[in-house]
Design a binder for this molecule. Structure first.
Ligand code: C5P
Length: 312
């Protein structure tokens, strides 16, 4: 163990947002969750969390995006993550978290889950708890369905609630233009709308494609954006579009501006447009900005939650 590590009293960790490149949603279960099969891709839009020793638990939230409405109390997922690690480590004190957000809030990209994953690894490091990946993964799964993937990163197939992960091979990087929206969507509300559509006349619109996941995995392995564009699928998309019909026109606009495919990311409303390569994605994002959208270029896969630096 290095001297710097032994005396660090501030630890900075980072975790990525995600896109579900495929998302097959099954029926609602008694616990309120839906069984799903999803292929996750971690992308280069990061949440930064700096943790330091404190008497109690507190958080300060800043961001490149609008962070109004993100709770700073004990309901904040990263604060809950910090508390879990402290309890697991048998530590007496508390932790202060400085959270810097870039992933759209309530955007369907797992930003809150990334905060929690970064907090898990940062507090584990700050306390020298040495919990190790399996225990951190178990804590992550207790916090939320998307937290294990934010810890894991890269590309992975998630089953169950989405938290039982198997790594997926990728043969290259995939470049995207993301369009975010000032007004978020509540994930539980989108799942409720999914249930309503499935029970009603629109059942066919919510059909799942188990074969689609195979095609997505093959395209990822081949590093082939055109094959991936033909296979991307989001079973929650009809529900998100039902709640936010305005997104439909933006999806069409993105494809007209050169995207290979456009999908709602997770429960939305962020839209993910796949491009043929880095320069195409940059040009697409610039074109979407010209059209008045809040767009940026990202790429994936990228690493999951990791330590950036230690200080003090
Ligand atoms: O686990 P997390 O708190 O992120 O989930 C938020 C909500 O999304 C759940 O309360 C549930 O309504 C919905 N959800 C679901 N099935 C999943 C994952 C999430 O119904 N597999």
């Amino acid at each position: 163990m290095s001297l710097a590590r032994a005396f660090a009293d501030r630890v900075h960790a980072r975790a990525p947002g995600k896109i579900n490149v495929s998302l097959d949603v099954g029926p609602r279960k008694d616990d309120g969750y839906h069984d799903l099969v999803s292929v996750f891709l971690a992308v280069s839009l990061y949440e930064d969390v700096v943790v330091s020793h404190s008497d109690g638990f507190s958080a300060r939230i800043t961001g490149d995006i609008d962070v109004a409405g993100v709770p700073v109390d004990e309901t904040n997922l990263a604060v809950r993550a910090a508390r879990l690690v402290v309890e697991e480590a048998g530590w007496n004190g508390g932790v202060h978290l400085d959270i810097h957000k870039r992933v759209p809030v309530a955007g369907g990209m797992g930003g809150g889950s990334a905060d929690a994953a970064a907090a898990l690894v940062a507090v584990d490091d700050l306390l020298h708890a040495g919990l190790g990946a399996p225990r951190l993964h178990r804590l992550a799964a207790r916090l939320g369905a998307d937290v294990p993937f934010a810890l894991h990163g890269g590309a992975a197939v998630g089953v169950g609630r989405g938290d039982e992960l198997t790594p997926a091979l990728t043969g290259g990087r995939f470049d995207w233009a993301l369009v975010s929206h000032p007004q978020g969507l509540s994930t539980p509300a989108v799942y409720r709308e999914f249930d309503r559509l499935r029970e009603g006349d629109d059942a066919a619109a919510c059909g799942s494609t188990a074969a689609g996941d195979t095609a997505v995995l093959q395209a990822l392995r081949a590093g082939d954006p055109r094959a991936l564009a033909a296979a991307v699928f989001n079973g929650l998309q009809p529900a998100a579009l039902s709640l936010r019909p305005d997104l439909g026109a933006v999806l069409v606009d993105g494809v007209e501006r050169g995207a290979l495919a456009g999908i709602v990311s997770g429960s939305g409303p962020t839209l993910a447009f796949l491009a043929g390569g880095e320069s195409d994605a940059r040009a697409l994002a610039a074109s979407l900005v010209t059209a008045g959208h809040d767009a940026r270029h990202v790429h994936g896969p990228v690493h999951g939650a990791h330590i950036v630096s230690r200080a003090g």
